[in-house]
Design a protein around this ligand. Sequence first.
Ligand code: PMT
Length: 222
Amino acid sequence: FGDRSLAGLKVVVSAGPTFEDIDPVRFIGNRSSGKMGFAVAAAAVQAGAEVTLVAGPVGLATPVGVARRIDVRSAAQMHAAVLQAAVQADIYIGAAAVGDYRPQEVSAQKLKKRDGGDLVLRLGENPDILASLSAQTTHPFLVGFAAETHDVAAYAQDKLQRKGLDMIAANQVGDGLGFEAADNALTLYWAGGAVELPRAAKSELARRLVAHVAERYRAMRG
Ligand code: PMT
């Protein structure tokens, strides 16, 4: 099934959250379930691509036909895994919700409660996977996601330019869409174009997204 629009191409997809450890039992994470990224990986397989799936900590089975799955936990691990896989790739689709910050120090022992006093965590910035890729002289066709609660179009277009992307898929999160939900709605932006993909199951949206990615990829890279 599918249109085989990605036949012969290698695609790397990131999915899920990252967890940034504070101590052996605590971490900073986010609400990404991995459903959107896993659906994108499945749709890329159906379109004929050889797919590498880099997954944060999620409880999802690997979609049938995915060539390689690399499980990671932190943003730094996801950064390393994606950059290594991207060397061989034609297209990278970043659906993961990567933590922007991590605790500067990870305590080797469980932090104890300090009665009456505040606990202050210093956070350091994580490297940006998409920005690292776009800074390389040769890199895959880059597709980012933008999860926003407000001003979706403006923030998404800013990320498209700032991160040097070929396309960005913006989702308004909240109201039963986006994180964790079965459904989503996306607006795709690229230089000089946009298309709305109205609310649908993530599997269906992923198929439509992949069809647009294939069309733009062929238009730009032949
Ligand atoms: O996993 P689900 O529960 O199905 O939810 C799906 C989703 C809402 C997580 C997904 O559709 C989505 O929007 N993913 C991106 C979420 C996000 O964190 O967006 P952002 O605006 O923080 O980041 C923008 C882009 O930069 C993303 O492509 C992200 O992968 C990338 N990024 C961010 C930080 C970083 N250090 N490196 C990156 O490459």
